[in-house]
Write a protein that binds this ligand. Sequence first.
Ligand SMILES: Nc1nc2c(ncn2[C@@H]2O[C@H](COP(=O)(O)OP(=O)(O)OP(=O)(O)O)[C@@H](O)[C@H]2O)c(=O)[nH]1
Length: 324
Amino acid sequence: MGTPTKIPVYILGGFLGSGKTTVLLKMLEHCKEKGKKPGIILNELGSENVEGHLFEGRKVFELLDGCICCTIQDDLKETMNMLIEEMNRSSLDVLFIEGTGVANPLEIQEVLLGDPYIDQFEIMSIITVLDASHYLEYQSYFTSSVEVRNLVKEQIICGSLLLLNKTDLIQLKQLEKVINKIKEIVGEDKEIITCTNGIVDPKILFDKRFQSFSINPLQTNINSHHHDHHSTVFAFKLEGIPALPQKTFEKWFKALPSNVLRGKGYIQIDNSSDLLSFQYASKKVKFIPVPFSNSKKTVIILIGTDLHNEDLNIHFNHLLEGVL
Ligand SMILES: Nc1nc2c(ncn2[C@@H]2O[C@H](COP(=O)(O)OP(=O)(O)OP(=O)(O)O)[C@@H](O)[C@H]2O)c(=O)[nH]1
């Protein structure tokens, strides 16, 4: 008998709303076509996963209310142990781990390279997804905090595959500018793959690009500003949202403070018993119908920098009182 083969692992990182889940869904589609059984670990900043419907019929391990990189690194180990137990009953062909938008994937890597996981899993690639339409804003001194700038930079440096997504939202000239800015960080040689809606050749996505013993130049740096991002990036959960006309929700999302970077959840439109899932990113909101399910309730999760409870409460009350 040869040595048992290790389970290949793909880590997906990238800032809030960049398109990590979109890329993950593409990779899962490919697994389905190839008859490969995936394991999925999702980490959400809020205290509940509001994207469960996207993974219907698949076993998903969730790490909620935190960010794998610090508060729940131990929880990741616990989840990995559960996954290993599950694998004894039914084996896996590949594992995907999606970090929160504020996670540094190196921290996930650290867990996987430790005992006992290193003997069973092999990191194939750390895929960093970047939002081309917001890149300049996130890197600007004027529109972004130092923590966000550093975090995005770290996500770029530790990515073994860089996907510059959402290119449909910008002009070619701006895209070239973004690519040049990224090259200033990673050098000319590192390939940057541009894409829209996470559509990338599976050969590129699944390629092995990670050597376990490589030492990352940022490693020593990380500890020095580890945790910093939590001082500015917050997740808020709003519950008890009444059923209202869709137009009212649209107006409400439009009027959200500009430091709200991301939102997701479920809302209910009046005169309908079905819930709508929503995605708020790049200051745009999209509504997607989901079949009514008793296990889901209305909830709005907002993620942003320097959000203040009072400001959001006032804005939330506007929604409740219909003052829009
Ligand atoms: N216009 C446009 N929208 C996109 C593209 N890729 C993803 N989106 C949309 O952007 C929103 C966020 O995408 P996700 O894949 O959920 O992003 P994410 O990085 O997983 O988000 P977080 O988990 O909050 O960090 C969704 O509404 C997607 O449909 C793209 O290339 N172009």
